[in-house]
Design a protein around this ligand. Structure first.
Ligand code: ASN
Length: 502
């Protein structure tokens, strides 16, 4: 297949900017045609060498977002509903195995960002779809755009689904009502629409991701609060809960919280309330998909890089490593303390498990509000790459237009709302999508795109970086096949206990 030439690169519309400012000063369009030629390829065209340093300088877009804001945005992109499933994952792996797997996924995630950044240095423009185009032509571009769209629509639906199911309960608790009433403000469907129109849409209409730094910072502080509450609750909630002893995953509806003292002597209770360090069971298979989902932020990396002030590969890798490291610590602590509170009684959605303890507990109520705020503010960040992907697929050569910008955002939000309102069961489908698109975006695409894009003159096919990249793709492929087969086996045997949010 003929590898597309750089000509397409200059037609790209990064963040709505067209042509002007896209080309390096003094570099003509014809000059940009041979980026893969090593002598033309000082990390690709679209760069100017800074006179004082050797670091290449992107000129496709003049970014203004600071280092800190970019860390907030990327951390916010990583953090989402994934955190709620990690305690469940730990219950099915044990603490040590969980820590090992979490570390592995975090490191691999960072390596994959390294591959993306290196490839985008060669292509000269920071867009995932363009890497696909340079590597495999239009099919590569479409595959990247499709994976981004599916993954991010899946993630956004899961966030809106949390709003739909949690917000009515929060309002009910605020109003001190024993039972839900049929008034509109306790109807999840109306509430999702209301939140979408009043909070998400205005933020999603921002022209640049950089503007969302403040809301991302706020969203992260909500998640920090969530984490503190999870840690605090570990020392407050008695173990075991009555129903946990009866049936760790059984019917939780009429649960009574028993005092710790009542059950302390019983050997069963002691066994239930001791952590396991290494476990393997039928649900262990879900661990990697849950973790992979939790660390997906790859569609957002290049848009954030595009808007970074004084961008360089090293700086962006620092931003990514820092965000991944912070999320890694938060994920581990949330999973650990969530697990140590309920042990094997933890559900696939951590918040549910807390509300079964005491739905009227004020702290739990605040935690739910915090998680609701956090996921609401994550939606605009996750929507951004989808809009970019749609623009890349349908309107690639066109000038930025506010009308199109608004219509795509509104259309996307409307579709996701309809999905969450009318077809919540379809969220199970996202288990499949998550098991396919997440490994593609994290492992397979960055590796194979890198393999094709990096010129053989620079790195021969048998050089260590390229062999490593291929192994990385193979790992992704293996994981994808494994998760898909487990999900299908689960479906066929009808034993699925997996929550709908991944
Ligand atoms: N950004 C995403 O696709 C998912 C995100 N990592 C989450 O945990 O929800």
């Amino acid at each position: 297949m003929e590898i597309p030439r750089q000509a397409e690169m200059v037609e790209l519309v990064p963040n709505g900017k067209h042509l002007e400012g896209l080309l390096p000063v003094g570099v003509s369009t014809t000059n940009t045609q041979r980026a893969e030629d090593p002598q033309h390829c000082a990390e690709g065209k679209g760069f100017l060498q800074k006179s004082s340093s050797k670091e290449p300088h992107f000129t496709d877009f003049e970014g203004k977002t600071s280092f800190g804001m970019s860390v907030f945005n990327l951390s916010n992109a990583i953090m989402g509903s994934g955190i709620l499933g990690l305690a469940y994952a730990m219950a099915n792996t044990g603490i040590i195995l969980f820590l090992f797997l979490l570390t592995a996924v975090a490191l691999l995630s960072s390596y994959s960002i390294h591959l993306l950044l290196k490839s985008s240095g060669i292509v000269g423009i920071r867009a995932y779809e363009q890497l696909g185009y340079r590597a495999f032509g239009t099919p590569g571009k479409l595959a990247a755009a499709l994976a981004i769209t599916l993954q991010n629509i899946g993630a956004m639906s899961s966030y809106l689904y949390i709003i739909k199911s949690e917000l009515p309960l929060v309002i009910q608790t605020f109003l001190n009502l024993e039972k839900p009433t049929s008034v509109w403000y306790m109807d999840g469907n109306y509430l999702v629409i209301l939140v979408s129109v009043t909070i998400i849409l205005p933020l999603a209409l921002m022209r640049q991701l950089g503007y969302l730094g403040y809301s991302s910072g706020f969203s992260l502080s909500c998640m920090v609060f969530f984490l503190i509450a999870v840690i605090y609750k570990k020392f407050q909630v008695p173990c075991p809960l009555a129903h946990n002893l009866a049936n760790a995953t059984g019917n939780l509806s009429h649960m009574v919280v028993l005092e710790k003292a009542q059950l302390q002597d019983e050997p069963e209770a002691a066994a239930f309330c001791s952590p396991s360090y290494f476990t393997l069971n039928s649900q262990t298979a879900y661990t990697i998909p849950i973790m992979a989902f939790a660390f997906v932020c790859h569609p957002e990396v290049l848009p954030i890089y595009t808007e970074l002030k004084d961008p360089s590969k090293k700086k962006m890798q620092h931003i990514s490593n820092l965000s991944i490291a912070v999320m890694y610590v938060m994920y581990f602590l949330a999973a650990l303390f969530g697990y140590l509170t309920f042990y094997d009684g933890v559900e696939s959605e951590l918040l549910h498990t807390y509300s079964k303890v005491d739905p009227f507990d004020v702290l739990i109520l605040c935690v739910r509000v915090a998680v609701l705020i956090a996921v609401t503010l994550t939606v605009p960040i996750v929507l951004f790459p989808v809009r970019r992907a749609i623009q890349q697929m349908l309107f690639q050569n066109q000038e930025f237009s506010w009308l199109r910008h608004v219509i795509i955002a509104t259309g996307l939000l409307t579709c996701i709302n309809l999905l969450v309102i009318f077809a919540p069961n379809i969220l199970g489908i996202f288990g499949i999508i998550g098991a396919t698109s997440a490994p593609c975006l994290i492992f397979i695409f960055p590796a194979i795109f890198y393999f094709r894009i990096m010129p053989t003159e620079k790195e021969p096919a048998r050089s260590i970086p390229k062999i490593l990249a291929l192994c990385f793709a193979a790992v992704g492929f293996l994981l994808m096949t494994m998760s898909l087969s487990f999900i299908i086996i689960d479906w066929v045997s009808g034993t699925s206990q997996h929550g709908g949010h991944h």
